[in-house]
Design a protein around this ligand. Structure first.
Ligand code: ADP
Ligand code: MG
Length: 375
């Protein structure tokens, strides 16, 4: 807060996330199972008497300010649009906001697929809650509502058509738990993670250049499959129905549909495995998920496959898979705590040899969703 010459009065924070299983299921009204990671976007701040918000991002080395009575979008791609968007949707939803000065520091890698965007949205929302607390404008909204407003900020203000998963887990995550989400009803349930295991996240450092066009193409293929099967969404097609009728679909469409239909079932099986503390089964489901994303859905890459193959050979690794939309970004491995060092060494040693790229490795544990407190 030195830049603003003020003492901080509150700290607000929200975590990044990884999706443990359930990939490309969200836009098919299906199931996902993310966990919040122990890397936050943090805002320290102090409220102001006027209706101005001043923000500095340490990561970007840049400062911005805007008036709550006239929120304009900064240029396309500007980091401040996430905060502006949150302020805008909160006010449109009828919440009275209070201005504040804040300094943002993010430990969530930016643009790596660990959702620093949802983290900055939820951290900003928490900062507004902190700034208004005790005054005339406390923000009364629950975690699910908060997540939906943050998503709306990203969809409508920033202009990124993301689903609800990232904001939901950044808001509602809990230490030691994964969050099972039904992307149709938005029903959710915290499920305890097994003790003694770590989620190792490996950033492939590979560009995701193909991701956007392939994503749109996959979405269209899934919609076509649902239409041909006469179902509102692939969520509504059971594996049994699919196997009986898959001959009615063109081969490519059938393979795309098979991924989604069996991936939804794997998420349900994974949740059951967590409830039974059956980490071996959970790991096998992760491996199957990866194989399906690679062979049937065709959204993996040689870098993602390399990480997964390296990890799967290390003793103490239960399972590994790509996570996120694909073509780059991150892969994850579920590993015995005692073998985190060995797995890290294997990745740091073998991955550059196979791909010519330098990986980044983050050992993560399931962490709490967004919060704020006074200082
Ligand atoms: P991801 O969510 O996978 O990290 P996105 O492209 O969706 O990648 O979001 C990254 C964007 O979020 C950044 O370009 C920036 O605009 C914003 N952002 C994330 N972290 C910070 C931060 N610490 N300070 C300022 N802006 C941030
Ligand atoms: Mg994002």
């Amino acid at each position: 807060m030195q830049t603003f010459g003020r003492q901080p009065a509150f700290v607000a924070r929200a975590p990044g996330r990884v999706n443990l299983i359930g990939e490309h299921t969200d836009y098919n009204d299906g199931f996902v199972l993310p966990m919040a990671i122990d890397r936050d976007v943090t805002i320290i701040g102090a409220s102001r008497d006027d209706r101005v918000v001043r923000l500095r991002s340490v990561n970007f080395g840049d400062e911005t300010s805007f008036a709550l009575d006239r929120i304009e979008k900064a240029h396309d791609g500007a980091w401040s649009n996430y905060a502006r968007g949150v302020a805008d949707v909160l006010q449109r939803a009828g919440f009275a906001l209070c201005g504040f000065d804040g300094v943002i520091y993010g430990e969530v890698p930016i643009g790596s697929g660990l959702s620093s965007s949802a983290a900055i949205e939820m951290a900003t929302l928490m900062a507004f809650a902190a700034a208004g607390a005790g005054g005339s404008a406390p923000l009364a909204l629950d975690g699910a509502q908060a997540a939906r407003l943050a998503q709306r900020a990203e969809n409508e203000f920033v202009g990124v058509n993301c689903g609800i998963m990232d904001q939901f887990i950044a808001s509602l995550g809990k230490a030691g738990h994964a969050l099972f989400i039904d992307c149709r009803s938005l029903a959710y349930e915290l499920t305890p993670m097994p003790k003694g295991v770590t989620v190792l996240v490996v950033d492939t450092s590979a560009p995701r250049s193909l991701a956007a066009s392939a994503y749109n193409e996959r979405r269209a293929q899934c919609e076509a499959a649902a239409r041909l099967l006469g179902a509102p969404a692939l969520r509504d097609v059971s594996a049994e129905t699919f196997e009986r009728r898959r001959g009615e679909l063109p081969d490519l469409i059938a393979r795309r549909a098979a991924h989604v239909i069996y991936e939804n079932r794997r998420v349900l099986d994974a949740v059951a495995a967590l409830r039974a503390s059956d980490v071996a089964t959970f790991g096998r489901l992760m491996n199957q998920s990866h194989a399906s994303l690679r062979d049937a859905y065709e959204v993996s890459s040689k870098e993602l496959d390399a990480v997964v193959e390296i990890a799967q050979r290390v003793p103490g690794v239960y399972g590994a898979r790509m996570t996120g939309a694909g073509f780059g970004g991150c892969a994850i491995a579920l590993v015995d705590d005692a073998q985190v060092g060995a797995l890290t060494q294997a990745v740091l040693h073998e991955y550059p040899r196979r791909t010519g790229r330098a990986p980044k490795v983050y050992a993560c544990v399931a962490s709490n969703g967004a919060s704020w407190r006074t200082l």
